[in-house]
Design a protein around this ligand. Structure first.
Ligand SMILES: C[S@@+](CC[C@H](N)C(=O)[O-])C[C@H]1O[C@@H](n2cnc3c(N)ncnc32)[C@H](O)[C@@H]1O
Length: 291
């Protein structure tokens, strides 16, 4: 019986995805389904709490402590069989990142020609900042890249690490603007590295080095004045281990700037081996206009 329910569920999800990709579902339905799926995930993992504060407490507990596995009777009642597993693995017990090959085949090793069609001229693959209603994507890319420099307190002459550098939007922006900065980018895609290196040759930027590695198992003996990570933490599971690793690449006065998307109330507080000095919120309308 369980197998039949699972088959039906998977078939329904496949059909919904095909309809979604063909743009056959009205926006209102897509939003409704997204909310239902997210609510279901939260409910299954944590149980709804009566107030936002209690819900946040539960979420923090989920990220930090081993939860009791769900009773078998409750697991069986759910159509998704993985639920029992999810609840018994808090983030701290997971590797830094999982299923990294999947994200590579879905996005990061696709031909760059595709991203040239769908992204702005900096190939920024993350949220841009639309200062004005009339801002174009290129303006919004540049406005956001400039905001990162300001918020990370970047200065010429610093050495900068860009973790999850994509097609080099931030690395190249910094290398162009601050000629005495040495920029190191890390990504897990040889396609991205090839594109950035080609751009750096074209723009005559000798101050960029790109390393292809999986951040989960990558080690290096180096330290940086500024470390930035834009849109990569969404791929990560064990933030504690990752922050421990990153903190070893920081000096006493280094700063680390992260951009990640989050729920406005249930944002994770990245305070493992680092101290949060400041944080900023940008509402989702900027990402909606970016993509
Ligand atoms: C959403 S893209 C953001 C790219 C870039 N920061 C930007 O704003 O355009 C995420 C980046 O993280 C990298 N990434 C994802 N998982 C990774 C992993 N396990 N190790 C190293 N890089 C990873 C991807 O290759 C990609 O460059």
């Amino acid at each position: 019986m369980e197998a039949i329910v699972r088959m039906l569920y998977e078939a329904a999800v496949r059909a919904a995805l095909v309809a979604l990709e063909r743009n056959l579902l009205p926006d209102a339905l897509v939003r409704r389904l997204t909310r239902l799926l997210l609510a279901r995930r939260l409910r299954l993992r944590l149980g709804y709490q009566p107030t936002a504060e209690l819900q946040l407490e539960e979420l923090v507990r989920f990220s930090r402590v081993r939860l009791k596995p769900m009773p078998a009777s409750r697991v069986k009642a759910q159509p998704m069989p993985a639920v029992g597993l999810i609840t018994s693995f808090p983030l701290e017990d997971m590797p830094i990142a999982v299923d990294t090959d999947k994200a590579k085949s879905q996005h990061y090793e696709l031909p760059t020609s595709f991203f040239k069609l769908v992204l702005g001229q900096n190939l920024k693959y993350s949220c841009c900042y639309f200062k004005e209603k009339t801002s174009r994507l290129e303006d919004a890319e540049n406005a956001m890249l400039e905001l990162y420099c300001e918020r990370a307190q970047l200065k010429d002459g610093q050495n900068v690490l860009d973790i999850g550098c994509g097609w080099g939007s931030f690395s190249i922006y910094v290398a162009k603007k601050y000629k005495n900065c040495e920029v190191t980018g890390i990504c897990n895609s040889s396609t991205q590295k090839a594109y950035i290196e080609e751009q750096c040759r074209h723009l005559e930027l000798p101050n960029v080095e790109i390393i292809v590695a999986n951040i989960s198992n990558f080690e290096m003996e180096a330290s940086f004045d500024r470390i930035v990570s834009i849109g990569m933490f969404e791929h990560m599971k064990n933030y504690k281990e990752l922050l421990k690793k990153i903190s070893l690449w920081m000096k006493e006065d280094s700063l680390f700037f992260i951009q990640h998307f989050c729920h406005k109330t249930f944002a994770y507080h990245f305070e493992d081996d680092v101290t949060v000095l400041n944080h900023w919120l940008l509402n989702g309308s900027h990402y909606a206009r970016t993509s």
